[in-house]
Design a binder for this molecule. Structure first.
Ligand code: CUA
Length: 173
C-alpha cells in the first residue's frame, strides 16, 4: 500500500514538473479563453498578422506617433538593429517566437519582456542620440549570452518622416 502511494506521489511530481516547464502555454490558453490579452500564435508570427517580416521596424502611425515592432527569438532580435529619433516618444510592440526573452536598453533604465503568444507594449523616449546595445536579460537557452540587438537613436532632424507603408531599420538607408 505504502509503495503504491509512493509511486503515485512520484508520478504526480513528474507530471507537475513537466507541466511547470510548459506552464506559459497552458496559462496563456486559459487567459485568452477568458478574453485576456492580445492572442498570437508564436508558430505563425512570420506568416501572417502584425509581426510578418515586412511589418517589422519603425513605422509611422496615422496619428504621427512612431511604433517599433520587433520579434525576439532564440537567439536574435528581429530586426537586429532599429533606428529611432531622439526626444520623441516611441511605442515598442514586441513578442517572442519561442521562449521568454528580456530586452534591456543598455545605459538606460528601459526594458521590455518578450513573451510567446502575447504582445508587450511600452512607450519610451530616448532623450539623446546614441548607440545602445540591447542584450537579452532573461535566460532563454544555450545562445542566451550572445543574444543582443542594437538601438540607434539619431537626432530628430535626421530622422525623415516615414511614408505610410514604410518600415525603418538601421539597414534601410
Ligand atoms: Cu533571449 Cu536570453
Amino acid at each position: 500500500m505504502k509503495r503504491k502511494i509512493a509511486v503515485a506521489a512520484g508520478l504526480t511530481l513528474v507530471a507537475l514538473a513537466l507541466l511547470s516547464t510548459r506552464f506559459y502555454l497552458v496559462d496563456l490558453r486559459v487567459w485568452h479563453f477568458f478574453g485576456g490579452g492580445e492572442s498570437l500564435d508564436p508558430a505563425t508570427l512570420h506568416l501572417r498578422g502584425e509581426f510578418v517580416e515586412s511589418n517589422l521596424g519603425a513605422a509611422q502611425q496615422p496619428s504621427g506617433t512612431l511604433t517599433v515592432r520587433m520579434i525576439a527569438q532564440q537567439f536574435v532580435f528581429v530586426p537586429r538593429c532599429i533606428e529611432v529619433p531622439a526626444g520623441v516618444p516611441v511605442t515598442f510592440r514586441i513578442t517572442s517566437a519561442d521562449a521568454v526573452h528580456m530586452l534591456s536598453f543598455m545605459g538606460t533604465s528601459y526594458g521590455l519582456k518578450a513573451v510567446p503568444g502575447e504582445v508587450t507594449q511600452a512607450t519610451f523616449t530616448f532623450a539623446k542620440p546614441g548607440e545602445f546595445k540591447i542584450p537579452c536579460h532573461e535566460f532563454c537557452g544555450a545562445g542566451h549570452y550572445a543574444m543582443r540587438g542594437q538601438l540607434d537613436v539619431i537626432p530628430q532632424n535626421q530622422f525623415a518622416s516615414l511614408l505610410p507603408g514604410e518600415r525603418r531599420t538601421c539597414e534601410s538607408h
